[in-house]
Design a protein around this ligand. Structure first.
Ligand SMILES: [Fe+2]
Length: 434
């Protein structure tokens, strides 16, 4: 393909990609317009989803005041669990079903937006929880039709749940992270107000920034859509299509914004820096929403799930956890050293976008250049030093490998062939970076 040699046609490979941009409103102070937007979507009785911590912030008051000023009847649900589970999804669905709402507003991070998507789905199209959950854990039944309108208002910039058609949760009895993935889950509108980031602690900004970066780099280096088998039925083309020319544009710019602004935003924040990061999160969200993530995210579910005693600074949690952005980025440099040779040009472009000097660089070193630059930024923003920094050792490699190997929807998107041996060696190389 003249666009980029990465998309050279292959025998039996797909020849088309789709562009499904989300509907977004972006800018400082736009949370004050949520009432007008809800009215335009035909809402009159709304459920406002948040969590106990975000619910105390003035940002939620602004949303509520705007909704009430527009004549909405507002019922607040502030019991969303951070890292939601099937149990918390069921509780929020009960609230949604009993309230007979004609619209949903979510104000919070990924957990809040994902819980709101699920409650809207199961209240609108009642079914057993596993009915719509991704196979093989769930039955992956098609969602029968559109949901009630949902306006998602993120208060972080990592997850991009306002842009995506998925919802992630922990299935307690199987001790596994799984999710729902269907175009009907995508919010009707995302309201991205960079002022919402001003209350985030610096380590949270760092973790979110690396999550954005990883969404972008994983989408950029995912297997190209032309190498994924063409669907027999065009309606069965997957949401996650592989790298494609449209997501490339979003992702490279997202990487450039993170590379240029993240270290300062963590150590010396200003409203302009928050604006740049909020925009980078949106761009990467659109990118990975149409392309897909691979190894750092596949590995992250194992890193988060097997946590023993790591307690991050800056999070309002009083129990051990590895926050999402951290559980992703501790794997990333090891992955780039391995994926570099599969698509060196893409790793080189990403290294330059992150701020590395690539003058005269040999493409054979592209993965290492990117890995070194990311490790340097991790140090500059106080991130843990690899898996060892969040409490893992050589003794954990087998358990981490087994858990990550179960994430085949993600590992299959990698530009290299992934078996257990590859995963184990990536975890081993990720134990320490400096
Ligand atoms: Fe992520």
């Amino acid at each position: 393909m003249a666009l980029d040699s990465y998309f050279t046609p292959t025998k039996g490979g797909d020849t088309a990609f789709t562009v499904n941009p989300p509907k977004i409103k972006f800018g400082r102070g736009v949370i004050n317009e949520v009432g007008s937007d809800a009215k335009a979507l035909g809402m009159s009785r709304v459920a406002l989803f948040t969590d106990p911590d975000v619910g105390k912030l003035a940002f939620v008051d602004k949303a509520r005041e705007s909704l009430e000023a527009a004549g909405m009847d507002v019922a607040v649900y502030d019991a969303v669990e951070v890292e939601p589970t099937d149990r918390s999804f069921k509780e929020s669905t009960r609230f949604a079903a009993e309230g007979d709402f004609d619209g949903y507003i979510s104000v919070g991070g990924g957990s809040v937006m994902d819980t709101c998507k699920a409650a809207n789905l199961y209240a609108t199209h009642p079914a057993d929880l596993l009915a719509y959950v991704n196979a093989p854990i769930g039955e992956a039944k098609p969602v029968p039709g559109p949901l009630k309108p949902h306006i998602a208002c993120p208060t972080t910039f990592g997850t991009a749940s306002e842009c995506t058609a998925m919802s992630i949760f922990d299935l307690l009895e199987m001790e596994v992270k799984t999710g729902l993935s269907n175009m009907h889950l995508r919010p009707s509108l995302g309201i991205i107000d960079p002022e919402s980031l001003e209350t985030l602690a610096p380590p949270v900004v760092a973790a979110n920034g690396f999550d954005v970066f990883s969404h972008a780099i994983e989408s950029l280096t995912a297997v190209p859509y032309t190498r994924r088998a063409a669907p027999e039925d065009p309606s069965q083309r997957p949401v996650y299509q592989g790298a494609n020319p449209m997501s490339d544009l979003n992702c490279l710019e997202a990487i450039r914004l993170v590379g240029r602004n993240l270290v300062d935003a963590v150590n010396n924040p200003t409203p302009d820096l928050y604006e740049a990061l909020a925009f980078s999160g949106m761009l990467a969200g659109i990118g990975f929403g149409n392309a897909g993530c691979h190894l750092p995210h596949a590995m992250s579910y194992a890193v988060a799930g097997l946590v023993r005693d790591y307690q991050p600074r800056g999070w309002p949690s009083n129990h051990p956890m590895v926050p999402h952005g951290i559980s992703v980025i501790v794997n990333a440099p090891a992955v780039f050293r391995r994926t570099g040779p599969a698509c060196p040009e893409r790793h080189l472009k990403a290294a330059a976008a992150m701020g590395a000097d690539i003058t005269g660089a040999d493409p054979d070193t592209a993965g290492d250049l990117l890995a070194d630059r990311v490790a340097e930024m991790m140090q500059a923003t106080g991130m843990p030093n690899g898996l060892g920094g969040v409490g893992y050792s050589e003794d954990d490699l087998d358990a981490l490998t087994d858990r990550a190997f179960a994430q085949q929807r993600l590992t299959n998107m990698a530009p290299i062939t992934v078996d257990k041996g590859v995963l184990r060696s990536l975890f081993e190389e990720g134990l320490r970076y400096w």
